[in-house]
Design a protein around this ligand. Sequence first.
Ligand SMILES: Cc1cc2nc3c(=O)[nH]c(=O)nc-3n(C[C@H](O)[C@H](O)[C@H](O)COP(=O)(O)OP(=O)(O)OC[C@H]3O[C@@H](n4cnc5c(N)ncnc54)[C@H](O)[C@@H]3O)c2cc1C
Length: 390
Amino acid sequence: MDLQKTDVVVIGAGTVGSMALWQLSRREGLDVVGIEQYGRVHSHGSYAGESRVFRTAVHEGGTYVRMIQRSRDLWRQLERESGRDIYAEVGCLSIAPEGFPDLETAIGTVREFGIPHRLLSTEELRKEYPQHRINDGDVALLDEHGGGLRPEVAVMSALDLAEANGARLFFNTPVLDIEERPNGVVVRTTQGAWLADTAVVASGSWSTRLSPELNDLLRLQVLGLTWFMPRDPAAFAPERFPAFLRDVGSVHFFGAPSFDGYAFKACTNPEWPVYRDPADVPASHTREELIKIGQRAAELFEGVNPEPVRQSVHHCAYTPDRLPVVDRSASGRVVTIAGLSGHGFKFSPQLGEWAAQLVAGEGTTADPRFALPERMRALAELGPYTGGGH
Ligand SMILES: Cc1cc2nc3c(=O)[nH]c(=O)nc-3n(C[C@H](O)[C@H](O)[C@H](O)COP(=O)(O)OP(=O)(O)OC[C@H]3O[C@@H](n4cnc5c(N)ncnc54)[C@H](O)[C@@H]3O)c2cc1C
């Protein structure tokens, strides 16, 4: 088989792949190829679904704050370079009963890192955000740097910029396998094969198909999305209704303002089984699940029709502790970024920048725990896979 030669092949032109392609294409003299199994910006990836919550006040504590702050700068840069609206900085409200552990962690994080924020009492919440039906004892943190990202627009923009910078992108071209050789990495596709100095594996939920060494580490979690029509859509417009996370009893809701002018996103997830391969993930919610989610939405939001006007079901590759994999193989020829664990869209520009630095053999600011050998060492000690997102 004839091998076409290039410096670097990025496998997967989704969230991480598009950001890596954008960053790699900015490097002088580097020949960059991107290969995607579906078309340009499709509905099968973990980025699909109109919006993603962006927040700097992460419940998970400080591990992610610097990645997110760097990503915020890069989101702005992507907007400037593409001329498109990607990051709606409308704030992110975390609403929960006073003392709720995740909320306390987020409040600790904003204080530690000096993140602009407001704390709202029950009364303030009821007055300022009447779209939410607030229970007695509920309080909130407003992360002023939080908001909503537009994932499809972001991926399209990064790919367009990469191409404008000279990257060659191939769509509808599944990669079949990769093989490290002393003189490079062979990337075999349905349309021929490439010999690259380095391959970046950014294939999301499909990563274990190409990198079986990730088999024990990654599991697919299902994440469903639902949109509801309020009687007063203007009240749910981005200027008036921030992105939100809401904890009520054991129910966790998350969502975003109305970007389409008639419906807003409000989602909670049933107990889905854990899967290994995207082919096994259900294509839709069941009718019973949708009725239940709709009833809860109508309880939590003012004037909302309980029938979801849109719904979709997606998947994302998780690690047991939700830390991502950011790794360069011992030979230096394979860079792997995987396991974004339901919350990685917001910091994907930082992951793309790290991918480009790892390809160039440069150091990164990545937490050493993200490297694959560390991830595998930690695996043995980690508990069961936990769900959740954003
Ligand atoms: C419903 C849902 C809600 C979420 N909400 C949030 C949120 O609010 N905030 C947040 O920060 N994060 C959120 N996340 C997480 C975030 O969206 C994902 O972690 C992120 O999009 C994963 O990016 P990825 O690059 O790993 O995968 P993807 O974006 O899916 O990209 C992988 C790409 O690789 C391609 N590919 C795979 N195998 C091959 C192959 N063999 N050959 C060629 N191409 C291949 C795929 O087609 C795909 O395009 C959410 C995730 C989901 C599913």
